[in-house]
Design a protein around this ligand. Structure first.
Ligand code: COA
Length: 313
């Protein structure tokens, strides 16, 4: 029997309707469009309504991923939701989502790895599929960071946004596959970016900035090495959308031309665990990806956590 491969079979995305621009922020914060644009690359972000929870915005993204994959919710064996803004402490957002989708009692759990959550989740889906345990897994990154932001803190309020992205990963005997993954953490730097239970997010921006570039570079190189390919083989690098300066610095250190690095941070800000699946979806919709292309995903976030995945689309 041929080796089992883990194929990205469908992608979906959902972003809340409400747009918060930099000029909107200027009205209640001591900041400016010029400062935010030059320091972060962000022009606007999406903000969920107060009643909208992580599972609410995940639902349309998951439905679209399932429909694009041509898979019924009944055939989903596992739902993995990466989020730092769950609906409740428990039950998991994944349980709510599986119920809203009308799945047939899949394994469902939330994964807490901050902005690296989607990379961790995709890697776990790959392992579950290659072990033969499951055939179809829904991996979702969904965040309502607007609900944990201190709207009086200009150093964090301008950075984050809400949104959700989803993929269906399926067992296949074709060519598409998740080729390698690297997942790391270092809890000693927890104070760079954190959110105590029931409180608001805190960040030491400068520290986070430096650690982000170095860790994504190291993880990306390691993942490429494990996959046995080089950057020249990669069609597109999709990094976590944390800050355009972080993305540009990463590209420079890795000697990557701009057109090989995807970014949509100007319209969505940093959507944490949702940023990579949203960017993946947008790149695909914009026609930047074809079946069979090699793609490198890399992320970094609170924990600290970081990682990278190389896949054949
Ligand atoms: N508008 C205007 N001024 C602001 C501001 C804002 N929104 N936020 C901070 N400032 C001010 C600071 O108060 C400081 O003023 P001071 O010099 O009078 O003390 C000045 O700008 C410089 O602050 P600093 O934090 O040193 O700026 P920076 O160049 O490091 O940029 C970040 C700040 C947050 C944009 C940058 O550090 C960053 O992007 N870090 C990574 C954040 C990130 O990606 N987090 C998520 C990781 S998953």
């Amino acid at each position: 029997m041929a080796d089992i491969k883990a194929e990205i079979r469908g992608l979906g995305k959902h972003i809340p309707e409400r747009i918060l621009t930099n000029s909107d922020l200027e009205k209640f914060l001591d900041t400016s469009d010029e400062w935010i644009t030059t320091r972060t690359g962000i022009k606007q972000r999406r903000i969920a309504e107060e009643w909208e929870k992580a599972s609410d915005i995940a639902l349309p993204a998951a439905e679209e991923a399932l429909s694009n994959a041509g898979i019924s919710p009944k055939d989903i064996d596992a739902v993995i939701v990466a989020t730092s803004t769950p609906d409740m402490t428990f039950p998991s957002t994944a349980c709510f989502l599986a119920d809203k989708l009308n799945c047939s009692k899949p394994m469902a759990f939330d994964l807490s790895a901050a902005c690296s959550g989607f990379i961790y989740g995709l890697s776990m889906a790959d392992a579950f599929i290659k072990s033969g345990q499951y055939k179809n897994i829904l991996v979702v990154g969904t965040e309502v960071f607007s609900q944990i932001i201190d709207w009086n803190d200009r150093s964090t309020a301008v950075i984050f946004g809400d949104g959700a992205g989803a993929v269906v990963v399926s067992a296949s005997e074709g060519d598409s596959d998740i080729l390698s993954s690297v997942m790391k953490s270092d809890g000693s730097h927890w104070g760079s970016l954190y959110c105590p239970v029931g409180e608001k997010l805190r960040m030491r921006g400068r520290e986070t900035f430096k650690l982000a570039i170095k860790s994504m570079e190291t993880a990306s190189k390691k993942a490429l090495q494990k996959a046995g390919i080089t950057l020249n083989d990669i069609k597109l690098v999709i990094p976590h959308q944390a800050n355009i300066r972080i993305i540009n610095a990463l590209a420079e250190r890795m000697d990557l031309p701009n057109e090989k690095v995807y970014s949509n941070i100007h319209i969505y800000g940093n959507t944490s665990a949702a940023s990579i699946p949203i960017a993946f979806y947008d790149a695909w919709k914009e026609g930047k990806l074809d079946k069979g292309d090699y793609i490198l995903l890399t992320a970094f976030g609170g924990g600290l956590t970081w990682g990278a995945i190389v896949l054949k689309f």
